[in-house]
Every structure is written in structure tokens, then in C-alpha cells.
Design a protein around this ligand. Structure first.
Ligand code: 13P
Length: 253
């Protein structure tokens, strides 16, 4: 089995003006700009991407966006293309976050179109999936995830891409302070890796990084990273403060 380099990703959601984003990025570069033990990504709002890219420059911190539209260009008022993200310095893009699915009507089909466009444009997709509390309580966690994963990745020539990142974010653990237990998370991550192996082969299953997201903090990262199929974290709230985020990254140093 090949070693997967951990990825610690920060999703800033709809927080920070341009100036606030610059200040946070500067502090993070000072604290973690030379870390090599894990990959680091931050995803500021669109309005701060270019400025943050100037700050993080050639440091170890990679730039990501939180969303985009799959068409290359056109009359799509309010939307942003993959090429536009690349032009700001983005290497990563978050796709299908549960907030986008729940609040902005994203579906497995639109997520699939975005994944295809991200790969086509050389962006590393951070493909988010996760079950709601109702779905978990009804015993449907695995069937929900099976559908999200298979429909999201439908017809993608995955064998030609090695950069897929999946983020398992149980919706009930996002911003709630309720983390899945490490056993619950490992069980799901193992299930997802087996699904990848069964449908796309061992090579993709072994190289795909599967991140856990949902109330990750410096106090629970160690336990989560102790699990064999957890390859990093997608962090919301605790990524907004550079010192807090660095405390999570610091686990790897
Ligand atoms: P929290 O870390 O705030 O729970 O958010 C998780 C998340 O949604 C990251 O994308």
C-alpha cells in the first residue's frame, strides 16, 4: 500500500473581508509556511483569493476555492469558472459541500459536472459527501454515501487522474461541536475506500486521500489521524484563526 501524504484543509466559508483574509494568511505563513510533513490548503472567499495567493506565494500552503461553475464561460451571472480560479492561483476546489447541497440546490448531478470540470482544468477537487442525522438514525448512512460517491464520480475517467480528494463530513458534526467518534469515522472511511477499490481499482483506492470534516480541532486531530483510513481533515471553524489552524497542523511536526 502506498503512503498517502496527509492534507489539512481549511474552509473559511463566508467569513473574512479581503483585509481580514490577508492578515490571517500572513500569520499562517509565519507559523506553518515551511511545513513539509503534511499538505496544507486554505479556501478563502472568492473576493480574497488573489490577495491571499500573493501572501502564501511559494510557501507550503496551497490555495483553494469553495465552489465554481462547470461551464468554461458564458452568460452565467454571478458564477465563476475553473479557469478563473486557476488564474487566481488556486490549486484546489471544494465541491459539493453539504451547505451548498442543502442551501443552494446542488445535487449529485451538478457535483458530478463540477468534478469533471475541475479535473479538466487541473484543479484538485475536494469532493464532499456526508449523511444527515436523520439518515444516520434511520440506518441509511452507507446507502446515502454509496449513492453520493457513485453518482458524483459517474463516468469520470478517474484512472487518468491521481489527485482525487474526498472529504467525509457527517452533516450532524458540522459546526455543532459533535465529532463522529474515531471508530464511526474510520468505519465510514474504510467503507469509502472499499467502494473505490471495488469500482475503480486498488490503485485509485490507495492513492485517494479521504479527509474527515466536522468539528475538527487541535484536541481531536491526534485521535482521528490514528485511524488507518483517515488521511487528513477539512476544517471549518478552527481554520479561521491562524493559531488554531496551526495547532492542528502542528500535530504533524
Ligand atoms: P466545522 O469544522 O466548523 O465543523 O466545519 C466543518 C466543515 O464544514 C468544513 O468544510
Amino acid at each position: 500500500m502506498q503512503a498517502r501524504k496527509p492534507l489539512i484543509a481549511g474552509n473559511w466559508k463566508m467569513f473574512k473581508t479581503q483585509q481580514e483574509a490577508v492578515e490571517t494568511a500572513k500569520r499562517l505563513v509565519a507559523l506553518a509556511g515551511k511545513v513539509t510533513e503534511c499538505d496544507i490548503m486554505i479556501a478563502p472567499p472568492f473576493t480574497a483569493l488573489s490577495r491571499v495567493h500573493e501572501i502564501i506565494g511559494p510557501s507550503a500552503i496551497g490555495l483553494g476555492a469553495q465552489n465554481f461553475f462547470w461551464e468554461p464561460e458564458g452568460p452565467f451571472t454571478g458564477e465563476i469558472s475553473a479557469a478563473m480560479l486557476v488564474s487566481t492561483g488556486c490549486r484546489y476546489v471544494i465541491i459539493g459541500h453539504s451547505e451548498r447541497r442543502q442551501l443552494f440546490g446542488e445535487t449529485d448531478q451538478t457535483v458530478n459536472q463540477k468534478l469533471a470540470a475541475a479535473f479538466k482544468n487541473g484543479l484538485i477537487p475536494v469532493f464532499c459527501i456526508g449523511e444527515s442525522e436523520t439518515e444516520r438514525d434511520a440506518g441509511n448512512t452507507f446507502s446515502v454515501l454509496d449513492k453520493q460517491l457513485k453518482m458524483g464520480l459517474k463516468k469520470l475517467p478517474l484512472k487518468t487522474y491521481s489527485s482525487l480528494v474526498i472529504a467525509y463530513e457527517p452533516i450532524w458534526a458540522i459546526g455543532t461541536g459533535k465529532t463522529a467518534t474515531t471508530d464511526q469515522a474510520q468505519q465510514v472511511h474504510h467503507f469509502l475506500r472499499s467502494l473505490l477499490a471495488d469500482n475503480w481499482g486498488n490503485s485509485l483506492a490507495n492513492s485517494t486521500r479521504i479527509l474527515y470534516g466536522g468539528s475538527v480541532k487541535s484536541t481531536n486531530i491526534k485521535e482521528l489521524m490514528g485511524m488507518p483510513d483517515i488521511d487528513g481533515a477539512l476544517v471549518g471553524g478552527a481554520s479561521l484563526d491562524a493559531d488554531d489552524f496551526n495547532a492542528i497542523i502542528h500535530f504533524f511536526k
